[in-house]
Structures are given as structure tokens and as C-alpha cells.
Design a protein around this ligand. Structure first.
Ligand code: GTP
Length: 599
């Protein structure tokens, strides 16, 4: 067990790409925690998909031993927090497990929207903060300007910010000294009953569920029987270890320490991030405050393109669920798409990551229906219902009013793109709250309906600003608005997977865009196909796909049988990506593309 004043626990907060992972790797490398030959680029981003997309999803941690200039050796525990807004709850929990943060800002870029969001989480958690200016090796780096920028925008003292290059290693020793000198040691009582926070958990194919903990008070040992205070479950501890970053067994963990345990826990779902772990026999009096389970906010349907793949899809989802407790799923049947699942996610990125993993790791072709938020239906009889799927919308005559979730969005953007951003937000029913400047960058705050952000807001934001805008949001409240369900009929048949909730004032224009897009997206058939958008029984937009004789072999006159066969095969291949609705075949890509609002 390590003495409290020789421990420093910290996290690194940064905007995506400002160099958080590179700095973490350097700290590990310079302290000899990992042998040089074992050093993989971006050690902490363990999942392939994370590495590919350059985002960190699962919180991760490493214990570093650092011999400081004062002659003592310190234990530095770094908790790696996820950088994306969808995982804000995980970020806020892991922040509460440490006492300080390194605030990394790219010295050629300055403060971005996620810098702000993450640093405010750190400030909320009561952290001491050491600003670090990264990438000073770049010609465009301007540390003095970025110091001012940090002071202006965040409002913390940046005069002694540490200039570094995580790439070349310049300044890293100063960072290590600053962690010891400028961040506080943890507090805790070794003799009090055990109180530990469940910071994170994940599934390991050899060890089963691994739980990361931060001990607040008391001592935890291998073999102890512990209780999770929220779930009430009791477990015997099989293994206690620290992460270096590979697991190294340890006999006990005392106050201020961070480590992992295993305890024959079956699935990640049995653990709750933020839960309090205590001894079964001698529990602590109070659990840690502020526990709340992560709530999915974006829902969509996932269906196999080939109906025969349903069991394979179920299998794949159950396997993924072992490792990710933050999405929800239940079986769903759609008149149009057959058997599938309605799944709930923490946000759009989370949705994309899960869908990608299902398609890639389990080799499934999937149809994703329109992402939808959770609407609150206030019924005339006083009941309040949650609507997860527009297809389940009850008859309007039973509904008194409908509420939708709103967000507070913060967007940072260079001056010259501000006009485009304001227009985009206005188009999405946004209400401007605030507009300030830091140098030539504008910071705007908008109150927006989450429903308008879940389709393609982020893509649009990136494209109108050539990638220079940054964006972050928080859910704010549910508010009433004039919302209706719009259905799409293809060849006079409603396609439930295409129905969406829209604002009544926007219904007509959305409907027109959708039917026009579907006209492009659905190939011609041998007969005319009407496509209609309707609210209740009233058609608000209509297009027709004209008929065509679809004979792909017509071009091959005469006898070339192999060529003919090849063409037919190609057609069959294309068919796999199609889905039959009555007499009409709709390509799977149409379900998402029909909803994009770029035209
Ligand atoms: N020139 C230069 N490039 C750097 C430096 N530090 C990091 N980079 C590069 O910047 C990019 C982003 O660095 P990462 O460490 O992946 O950034 P991150 O903040 O961890 O990103 P996420 O994990 O996506 O949040 C990579 O291409 C790094 O090689 C630096 O000091 N100088």
C-alpha cells in the first residue's frame, strides 16, 4: 500500500486530436513503465475501432512510478477518459475518481468546444488543473496567444502553462514534476469502513468482467466479500491488480489507490459505473453521492438485410452487450422489415460505433432505421408515455400534448463561417442563447431540439465549416412543441421504418425532401411507383417513379452466355442490398439517406 502523500491521481482533458493519447504514451514511456520494445503507438486506445477512428471510448487507466526531483518515488495514476460528448456520464464519473487534470490544448489551434466541455467537468469535480500547451514543434504554434485564449475562454490562470511536444518528447519531464508539485495528494481514512467507487468495467475473454475501482476509505484485499450498494449484489474478490497498463497482481489497495478486481461477475450489465463498493460485513454508512445510471437518448431499429440472419444478429448483440452496458435493446417487429431490434444509445456516435462493430466483427448486413429521440406523450387521461419509435405513435385524439428533449449546444467556429452556422442552427429550430468572441473565433450557444441534431447535424456542421467548427452539447430539458408523425407510403403501402416525428411547420418541406430523395434512391421497376408523405390521412407531398423494363441482359445480343450469366449474377448481388416492400424493392441505403437534409 502506498502512503497517501506519495500518490497523485489525474486525468487528461483535451479536445479530440489535441494529443491526449500521445502525451499519455510519452508519460508511460519516460517513466519506463513499459519496455521500449513493447511500446505500441497509442497504447491506451485498445480497441481497433477506436484506433481507426482516433477516438477513445472506454475509460482506461495506467499506474506509473515516478522518481521525483525531491528524492521520493510517487505513484501516479492516470485515468484516460473518453473524449466524446456521448460518453459525458462516463467522463464525469471518472473525473470524480481523481483529484487533478492536465488540460492539454493544441498550441496551434487553441481552445475548442470539447476542451471547454471536458475542462468544466474537471472544474465541477473540484480538480486542480495544470494547463499544457502541446505541439509546440509545429511552425503554426503560438503558445502566448493560446495562453491568453485559455484565460479568456475558460477563465483559469494559464501563465505557468507548460509548453511541450508530445511528439518529440520536449517538456515531458516538466509535466511529470508538475503532476507531483501542482496537483494535490488524495485524502482518505485507512481505518474507516471500505468505500470504493466503481469507475469502469469491461469484459475480458480470459478473466470475465473486470471492474476498475478507486478506493476512498478503508482497505480492500483479495478474498474479501464485497457488496455493490446500488445493485445489492455480493461477490468474493478473486483477483486484485493494478494496471501498468497490463495487469500486475497486488495484495491490497488502500485509500487514494486505483486498481482493478475480478469476482466471478457474469456480465458488465451487473456492474454500474458510479456504484459504491463496500465490505459485506462492515459496510460504510453512506454510498457515494450522485449515482445515476446511463440513459440511452437516441433510438433506432436494426434489422438484418437478409431475414435469415436474425438469429445471428441476436447473437452478435448479446455478445456486444457483455462489453457495453450503455446500450439497450429489445426485439422489434416491423411490418416492412420483419424481425429485428430496437436499440437505444447514448448518442449518435455511440450508435455508429455499435452498428459498425456489428457489421464488421460479426459480418452482418444491417438496415438502420431513422434515429429517433425519446418523445414524451402526455395523454388526455393524465398518463405520461415514452415514445421510442415513431411507428408506435398512438392516435392523436388520445394525446393532449407532446414534449421533446432539448439540448444546450456550444459551437466554436472561425469568424468567416459564423453565418453558415447560424443559418444551420436556425434551420434546425434552434434558438440562439449567446454569442461571444475569443480572437477571431466565435463561440455560439444554441438551444436546439435533440431530434434535429441526431440525423446529420454534425456532418453538416463539418461540411459547411470545412471541418473548422467544434461542437458539444448537453441535454437540458423536455419542452412541449407542435409535433406530428409523418408516414411515408411507397406504392400506397406505409413503410413503418421510414416514419418520423416532425414539427408541424416543417412537415411539408421535410416531406417534400424525403419523397424527392426516395425517388432518386429507389430504382425504377416495371410499373409506376407513387411515393407519398402523409400526416394522418392527409398526403402532404408526392412523387412518382416512372416505369421501366428492367432487363439487364437486353444489351447482350446473341450468344455470349458467360457475359449474360455475369450480369445476372451482378444483379443478384445487388438484390442482397435490397429489401422487398409489397411489390417494390428498396435499397437498404435509402433508409438513412432519405432522412438527410442537405438539399
Ligand atoms: N506535431 C505534433 N503532432 C502531435 C503532437 N502530439 C500529438 N500529435 C499528433 O496529433 C494527432 C492527434 O493526437 P492524439 O494523441 O491521437 O490525440 P488525442 O487527443 O488523444 O485524440 P483522441 O484520442 O481522438 O481524443 C496525432 O496524429 C498525433 O501524432 C505534437 O506534440 N506535435
Amino acid at each position: 500500500m502506498t502512503q497517501l502523500d506519495r500518490i497523485r491521481n489525474f486525468s487528461i482533458v483535451a479536445h479530440i486530436d489535441h494529443g491526449k493519447s500521445t502525451l499519455a504514451d510519452r508519460l508511460i514511456q519516460m517513466t519506463g513503465t513499459v519496455a521500449e520494445r513493447d511500446m505500441k503507438a497509442q497504447l491506451l486506445d485498445s480497441m481497433d475501432i477506436e484506433r481507426e477512428r482516433g477516438i477513445t471510448i472506454k475509460a482506461n487507466t495506467v499506474r506509473i512510478e515516478y522518481p521525483a526531483k525531491d528524492g521520493h518515488t510517487y505513484v501516479l495514476n492516470l485515468i484516460d477518459t473518453p473524449g466524446h460528448v456521448d460518453f459525458a456520464y462516463e467522463v464525469s464519473r471518472s473525473m470524480r475518481a481523481v483529484e487533478g487534470s492536465l488540460l492539454v490544448v493544441d498550441a496551434s489551434q487553441g481552445v475548442e468546444a470539447q476542451t471547454l466541455a471536458n475542462v468544466y467537468q474537471a472544474i465541477d469535480a473540484g480538480h486542480d488543473i495544470v494547463p499544457v500547451l502541446n505541439k509546440i514543434d509545429l511552425p503554426a504554434a503560438d503558445p502566448e496567444r493560446v495562453k491568453e485564449n485559455i484565460e479568456d475562454v475558460i477563465g483559469i490562470d494559464a501563465s505557468d502553462a507548460i509548453p511541450i511536444s508530445a511528439k518529440t518528447g520536449l517538456g515531458i519531464p516538466d509535466v511529470l514534476e508538475a503532476i507531483v508539485k501542482r496537483l494535490p495528494a488524495p485524502k482518505g481514512d485507512r481505518n474507516a469502513p471500505l468505500k470504493a467507487m466503481l469507475v469502469d468495467s469491461w469484459y475480458d475473454s480470459y478473466l470475465g468482467v473486470v471492474v476498475m475501482i478507486r478506493v476512498i476509505d478503508g482497505v480492500i484485499k483479495k478474498g474479501d466479500r464485497v457488496k455493490m450498494m446500488q445493485t445489492g449484489a455480493v461477490y468474493g474478490i478473486d483477483k486484485l491488480a493494478v494496471l501498468k497498463p497490463q495487469m500486475v497482481d497486488i495484495a491490497e489497495l488502500g485509500p487514494g489507490e486505483i486498481g482493478v478486481l475480478t469476482a466471478s461477475i457474469k456480465q458488465v450489465r451487473d456492474t454500474r459505473v458510479g456504484d459504491t463498493i463496500t465490505h459485506e460485513r462492515k459496510p460504510c454508512a453512506e454510498p457515494l453521492p450522485g449515482f445515476k445510471p446511463a440513459q440511452p437518448v437516441v433510438f433506432c431499429g436494426l434489422f438484418p438485410v437478409d431475414a435469415n440472419d436474425f438469429e445471428a444478429l441476436r447473437d452478435a448483440i448479446e455478445k456486444l452487450a457483455l462489453n457495453d452496458a450503455s446500450f439497450s435493446y429489445e426485439m422489434e417487429t416491423s411490418a416492412a422489415l420483419g424481425f429485428g431490434f430496437r436499440m437505444g444509445f447514448l448518442g449518435l456516435l455511440h450508435l455508429e460505433v455499435v452498428r459498425d462493430r456489428l457489421e464488421r466483427e460479426y459480418d452482418l448486413d444491417l438496415i438502420t432505421t431513422a434515429p429517433s429521440v425519446v418523445f414524451r406523450l402526455h395523454m388526455k387521461d393524465g398518463e405520461v408515455r415514452e415514445l421510442h419509435n415513431p411507428a408506435d405513435m398512438p392516435d392523436l385524439t388520445y394525446i393532449d400534448h407532446i414534449e421533446e428533449p432539448r439540448i444546450k449546444a456550444t459551437i466554436m467556429v472561425p469568424d468567416e463561417y459564423l453565418g453558415d452556422i447560424l443559418k444551420l442552427c436556425q434551420d434546425r429550430r434552434g434558438i440562439q442563447q449567446n454569442l461571444t468572441y475569443a480572437g477571431s473565433r466565435a463561440m455560439v450557444e444554441y438551444d436546439l431540439p435533440l431530434a434535429e441534431v441526431v440525423f446529420d447535424f454534425y456532418d453538416r456542421l463539418k461540411s459547411v465549416t470545412k471541418g473548422y467548427a467544434s461542437f458539444d452539447y448537453q441535454l437540458s430539458e423536455y419542452r412541449e412543441d407542435n409535433l406530428v408523425k409523418m408516414s411515408i407510403l411507397v406504392n400506397d403501402e406505409p413503410v413503418d421504418a421510414l416514419s418520423i416525428m416532425v414539427h408541424r411547420d416543417r412537415a411539408e418541406s421535410r416531406g417534400r425532401v424525403m419523397v424527392e430523395k426516395l425517388k432518386e434512391l429507389i430504382p425504377r421497376h416495371m410499373f409506376k411507383i407513387p411515393i407519398q408523405a402523409a400526416i394522418g390521412g392527409r398526403v402532404i407531398a408526392r412523387e412518382t417513379i416512372s416505369a421501366m423494363r428492367k432487363d439487364v441482359t437486353a444489351k447482350c445480343y446473341g450468344g455470349d452466355a458467360t457475359r449474360k450469366k455475369k450480369l445476372l449474377e451482378k444483379q443478384k448481388e445487388g438484390k442482397k442490398k435490397m429489401r422487398q416492400f409489397g411489390k417494390v424493392e428498396i435499397p437498404q441505403s435509402a433508409f438513412i439517406n432519405a432522412l438527410k437534409m442537405d438539399s
